[in-house]
Design a protein around this ligand. Structure first.
Ligand code: WQD
Length: 404
């Protein structure tokens, strides 16, 4: 405001006007102060309300003692690994995937992202590479590890024991060292029913003695022992060794499934390739076992049930300490001929087969006592053999040349 002063009388008016203005400005400043204090209090109050809502919103997750944990999945582009990644993402975990792609394809990462609608961090890293594994832990704060990485063909392990012991045992030791150097104390380990060996009688329970009949099986027995010893050395360690029986099937989307390199060793992927016309005939390894129809009986479990079992195991490991071995199976056995019949139903055509001599190292019957997983995790397998074969065939039809 501009005021020009011309005479005394006028100057009195001017002074008076100035007084008036300065008084009103003072009142204005007082009002502004009051108003700004009010606004400040309101802001503080709103912040308090927001904090209450925030805590309420995340209270249940805090009650799970962790929030938005980041999980390193080694071997995460493999058959079971990729399905577990999808399940972890569905349960709002963040995941970092590490795989050397020796028995899987990089395209699996894209498939996992497509199914989950979420981006994942991928490292093409070999678990024997100490610097590479260290880099992953330096670049990501890892809360827990799901450890799938490893060679897993029984027959191959008999021919290549050094490669199996170096890769599976040494690789796991590298991983465990890097975990310890970075304060990561929770691991879910991909073990196998193969640790029940030949001397136990089904249904197998976790307290039975473990043994093996081949180098692959011995790597699983030894790694479980290493993990047990780590838990004795560090009471803060939390380990769940999941003993899988026979995982088969595929994700309902048909985007991921069992996609082995070369000629499949296992029954269901072999049947799938016969159904797809890629292989001529299935050899049924022996029909003179002491089983209902003479063929081998196994506990086949849907890979999606297996994946949900891993999420339960992570949850358990986040809340507990110490070592636990847990069977992941259905508790039911199916014979080779029953699986063939289920597959014929799924694909709508007969499976060309012949009865061949027994395969060395095979046992007659293997199935789980699945009660511990139910008691510890509240988990049980849901899918039956028909659903498993239907999902396997759906994946095979949609990916006649595997995941590319
Ligand atoms: C199942 C049944 C065979 C192929 C293996 C590993 C085990 C685990 C699961 C990793 C048996 C019969 C098979 C074929 C057949 N893997 N069969 N013709 O041997 O129970 O277990 O995979 O942890 O460690 O040992 O599974 O699918 O090879 O055999 O008749 O072409 O099918 O004799 O009775 P297995 P499998």
């Amino acid at each position: 405001c501009v005021i020009s002063i011309q005479s005394d009388e006028k100057s009195d008016c001017a002074i008076c006007a100035l007084d008036l203005i300065s008084a009103s400005l003072r009142i204005y400043i007082i009002i502004l102060n009051k108003y700004s204090t009010f606004l400040l209090n309101l802001q503080l109050h709103l912040a308090k309300i927001k904090k209450i809502y925030y805590n309420n919103k995340y209270r249940n997750i805090y009650e799970r003692t962790y929030i938005m944990s980041r999980i390193l999945v080694t071997g995460g582009t493999g058959f079971i690994g990729s399905h577990t990644c999808v399940e972890l993402l569905k349960n709002n975990f963040e995941i970092v995937v590490m795989d050397n792609l020796s028995n899987s394809k990089r395209a699996a990462v894209d498939r996992i992202e497509k199914i989950s609608g979420k981006k994942i961090t991928f490292y093409k890293t070999d678990m024997c590479d100490y610097d590479g594994v260290t880099q992953i832990f330096k670049e990501n704060s890892i809360d827990a590890v799901v450890h799938f990485a490893g060679l897993k063909a029984v027959g191959e392990s008999v021919k290549m024991p050094l490669e199996y012991y170096t890769n599976n045992i040494h690789g796991t030791l590298v991983l465990l060292r890097v975990m310890r150097e970075n304060g990561c104390k929770r691991i879910v380990f991909s073990s196998s029913a193969t640790v029940y060996g030949m001397n136990n009688v089904a249904p197998y329970t976790e307290d039975m003695p473990t043994s093996a009949t081949n180098p692959y099986g011995y790597t699983k027995v030894m790694i479980e022992q290493i993990l047990k010893d780590c838990c004795v050395a560090d009471a803060e360690m939390s380990v769940v060794a999941l003993r899988y029986f026979n995982p088969i099937g595929a994700h309902k989307s048909g985007l991921i499934g069992e996609d082995p390199n070369g000629i499949p060793n296992n029954l269901v992927p072999y049947i799938a390739q016969v159904a797809a016309g890629k292989l001529e005939q299935l050899s049924v390894y022996g029909n003179d076992y002491d089983t209902p129809d003479g063929t081998g009986v196994r506990d086949y479990i849907h890979v999606e049930d297996l994946a949900s079992g891993h999420v339960c195991a992570i949850d358990y490991a986040m809340k507990n300490k110490g070592f636990e071995a847990v069977n992941l199976g259905t508790g039911k056995g199916s014979s080779v001929l029953e699986v063939v019949a289920a597959y014929e139903k799924a694909c709508g055509k007969p499976i060309n087969k012949r009865i061949a001599p027994r395969r060395s190292g095979d046992i007659a019957t293997c199935f789980a006592d699945a009660s511990k997983a139910k008691k510890l995790f509240g988990w049980e397998a849901k899918a039956d053999i028909d659903e498993m074969c239907a999902d396997s065939w759906n994946f095979t039809k949609l990916n006649p040349n595997g995941i590319n």
